[in-house]
Design a protein around this ligand. Sequence first.
Ligand SMILES: [Zn+2]
Length: 492
Amino acid sequence: MRAAPRQLLSRFLPLYLCLSVFICGFSPGVYAQAKAPKQAAKKAPALERVDLLIAGGTVVTMDAGRRVLQDGAIAVRGDTIVAVGTRAELAARYAPARRINASGKLVLPGLINGHTHVPMTLLRGIADDLALQEWLEKYIFPAEARNVTEEFVTWGTRLAALEMIRGGTTTFADMYYFEDTVARETKAAGMRGVLGQSILDFPVPGFKTVPEGLAYAEKFLAHWKGDPLIHAAVAAHSIYTCSEGTLKQSAALARRYGAPILIHVAETKRELDESRAKHGASPVAYLEKIGVLGPDVLAAHCVWLSSADIAILAKYQVGCVHNPSSNMMLASGVAPIVEMRAGGVRVGLGTDGPAGSNNDLNMMEELDLAAKLQKISRMDPRALGAKEALEMATIEGARALHMESEIGSLEAGKKADLIVLRLDAPHAVPMYSVYSQIVYALKASDVETVVIGGRAVMENRRVLTLNEAEVIAKAREFGERVKRSLAAPPAK
Ligand SMILES: [Zn+2]
């Protein structure tokens, strides 16, 4: 994704590399009146007003007790969940302005895609199955240098938002250029984002020098401070594209604003070998030594880790994001997810990509692959189970983003980010275990309704915040533009 001078290519590694609820009409008042009209008229408590009640179906809370409620319900006021319980309990307490009927369906916390580069949707599939250097040099760098503008980022983010909403993602963490534009479009789509303006040591779309990049990042942080949906962040790209000074300055800037720091860490064996040669330390130990690690860091990949690295990541409460599709597609390696979880590391799940290292933003697929990759690499089907995989895309993903007090589970006091999945497709029946069904059988296309911060952004598979036909037509148009740009002689 970088427009880097050719002489810096050798330092590169994979960079790019997810009605009406039949609340039965039974208000307690009505029920009581039938039995004892006079008494009930005096004593029945008034129903509390809420904005939205999602009721019926199986509610998979992912709360501390991992409660699964049959015939459950969730009451929402503003952007926040006010109660989770059974349909009968909540119908007796709340008078909703709106209802969503989830009978016969599953209700889950919205999925959290912990690592991606969303505008790259417009470069999806530009060139795959190549050696990394060839892929970067012949395709990605020229395509980015000639095409990545604010307009490109606008439409790429819209396309990504459409895809993510349709697949049940409600929050994502991103690293790209023109991140202020990504933020504007993310908010317009009604999504929640931890959005990192990328900083690298060489010219990239949007800035030519590190001071220029940091100045853009600072304006970006100031602009979005306090926004309920957008968490502006600084993304120091990696230890092999950022000098020690750049890494320290990026972290210091983020910390002045109380903002997250995003970075790729220990993605490939080459990154590990080069770090040892250059810094005499693993990538994790080096980042610890220079003061970058902390409970505000979100580290993508973390594939090549020693047990000492795992202990450091746990000690500093660094959030790590596992990207199984990307790690397989780029043959990066297999992250030690079982050891990381056992060692107390916060481990979320992401898609990476979507160009060259996935190529989509499908978190339902990542859930399935996360579990299966650990199983096959360890030759042990018990290595990582369906429930654990789902944790990584929900509550553990929230912990990785340091947002567990806000999102990741369906509980009173948290943001109302939730998805409703249908269970009537051939691959969805019968159902014995909710976790197995979600992780190994259900598809992104089963996501029917998506609510983010109390607002329905998709209902009955219709995205309400984006013009789908327009976005898809524009994506095709950009595809043609990119092809033409690659056929043209390089600009001087
Ligand atoms: Zn990445």
